[in-house]
Design a protein around this ligand. Structure first.
Ligand code: ZN
Ligand code: MN
Length: 515
């Protein structure tokens, strides 16, 4: 790909429905997806005259929680405002939103600079050793508003379903800090991860329960001068694919327009465009639309809101650890690679399983010096990302429902790291624990899988083998390194295959050196 002659400047306004049972200002059910048209409605969400809104406390809590998860501050005072505009899916002629005093301000999200690895599954291995550079994307604000109805255009008519009307909607506004499509996608992925983990929204873009407006502009140097003409706001995108295609199209269009001396050279304000996936192009919706056009004013039917500090702190305390923080902790505390941390944290239950296995009693019983620092956790990680995930995938079972308990995996790994069983035996033991949920130690005892690590016993076997294989010893002394393999094989055979291979190799080496 040839480098573009301009730099992209991207900011995103994301709308996500909050996971409440009822709507924002009435008691109608908020889970509208799949419901027959206009069955989840009442005078309030239909905007009938005289109907009065009553705020949904749960929605306000979720909105504050979302802000906290996005590292925002919750101002002392906030309020609702009317945003006036006319559209068939907005029965009141205004949307209740928040204008100058939003619920959350001044947050941020970290993404990998240049975009790249989002979810664990898609990440590429090997990026773990060098610390990836991180880019911080500012979050200007997150405010609470209500969703609109949905329009369906068919046969020259427009049908409207008001089931979605009045569902609580959180609008999260980023700073224009992203400079590529990859970064925009990484931001949305980080955003999705945070709001889903915080339990505030399911981020169901595919159901129309979330969408984003993308502000895109191009910045470049021309005749020694930095040029940054006004942006285009691409409205109502509802998939990552649409964002990718629309931003690529619109930025190239802006560039070509500038180069050919088009309207961009003289325009001073932004334009609003739509995206047609069918035609693969944007189309002009509105020109010179400014915030004044909405004639915002405080919603007279609602009192202003001052979230109690205790409420904010309670919500903060209830936040689970965010995946990005957890990944960083897995790398620093357990010595895992960035890749492994991503794979584990991609599923919260899998990550919990891993941590429980590492923290199990077996872990502390693991003898010191059985590996490098973090060696035990690294081994547990290898088992989880390898055998466990493979078997989960094959069986289609969730990790909460498997027979093997985290402590049992920890115990199994401890048996390997302490040399009590071989790696080969461990695989067999694991298979049986997986099937039966029995303790590894019992299985090892019953099946006689314990490895022989006793040094005196192994040394005796080595001495016998050396005494009985004078030719191999002579070969070795004559420089044939492979003679060592023959001796090793003999010792393993004499011990019934149970000797700890590492100890056998070391003792043979010691004996031959002293000959
Ligand atoms: Zn209603
Ligand atoms: Mn909005």
């Amino acid at each position: 790909m040839i480098a573009a002659p301009f730099e992209l400047v991207i900011g995103i306004e994301t709308h996500v429905e909050l996971a409440t049972r009822s709507k924002m200002f009435c008691g109608c059910a908020a889970r509208w997806f799949g419901a027959p048209p206009n069955t989840l409605v009442c005078p309030v969400c239909l905007g009938l005259p005289g109907a009065l809104p009553v705020p949904n406390r749960r929605a306000i809590d979720l909105a504050i929680t979302a802000g906290l998860a996005l590292h925002c501050r919750t101002p002392e005072h906030t309020k609702f405002d009317r945003k006036n505009y006319l559209y068939p899916d907005l029965p009141k002629g205004y949307q209740i939103s928040q204008f100058d005093l939003p619920l959350s301000i001044d947050g941020w999200l970290d993404i990998p600079a240049g975009g790249g690895a989002g979810a664990g599954a898609g990440a590429s291995p090997g990026g773990g050793l060098a610390a990836r550079s991180v880019k911080r994307v500012g979050i200007r604000r997150a405010h609470l508003e209500e969703d609109t109805g949905r329009s369906f255009h068919a046969d020259g008519a427009t049908l409207i379903d008001f089931n979605r009307s009045g569902v609580p909607l959180l609008e999260i506004v980023s700073e224009p800090d992203m400079s590529s499509v990859a970064e925009a996608l990484a931001y949305l992925e980080a955003l999705r991860e945070h709001v889903v983990t915080a339990g505030v929204s399911e981020f169901r873009l595919e159901e129309g329960a979330g969408r984003f407006d993308v502000n895109v502009s191009i910045r470049f140097t021309e005749a020694g001068q930095v040029r940054w003409p006004p942006q285009s706001e691409i409205k109502n995108l509802n998939s990552y694919r649409a964002l990718e295609d629309a931003v690529a199209y619109e930025s190239e269009r802006l560039w070509q327009d500038w180069r050919s001396g088009g309207e961009l050279r003289t325009r001073t304000g932004k334009i609003t465009v739509g995206w047609s996936p069918e035609r693969g192009r944007t189309f002009l919706q509105r020109q010179k639309e400014e915030v004044d056009d909405y004639r915002y004013f405080p919603e007279p039917d609602l009192v202003s809101l001052s979230p109690a500090r205790e409420t904010v702190e309670r919500l903060r305390a209830g936040l689970p650890e965010m995946p990005s923080d957890r990944r960083a902790r897995f790398v620093s505390r357990y010595g895992l690679s960035d890749y492994d941390a991503r794979v584990l944290v991609a599923d919260r239950e899998v990550a919990d399983f891993f941590e429980e296995a590492v923290g199990s009693d077996a872990a502390t019983a693991s003898p010191p010096g059985s590996g490098p620092p973090g060696g035990f956790a690294k081994s547990v990680s290898n088992w989880v990302t390898g055998e466990v995930l493979r078997r989960l995938k094959e069986s289609g079972v969730a990790i909460e429902d498997v027979r093997i308990r985290p402590a049992q995996l920890g115990a199994l790994v401890a048996l390997v790291t302490s040399g009590e069983i071989s790696g080969t035996a461990a695989k067999a033991v694991f298979a049986e624990v997986w099937e039966t949920g029995r303790d590894p130690a019992d299985i090892v005892r019953e099946r006689g899988l314990a490895q022989l690590s006793d040094e005196a016993t192994i040394a005796a076997a080595v001495d016998e083998v050396i005494a009985a294989n004078a030719k191999a010893v002579a070969d070795f002394r004559a420089g044939k390194a492979r003679a060592l393999d023959a001796l090793f094989g003999q010792v393993m055979k004499r011990t019934g295959g149970k000797a700890n291979p590492a100890v056998v190799k070391r003792v043979i080496g010691e004996r031959l050196a002293s000959y």
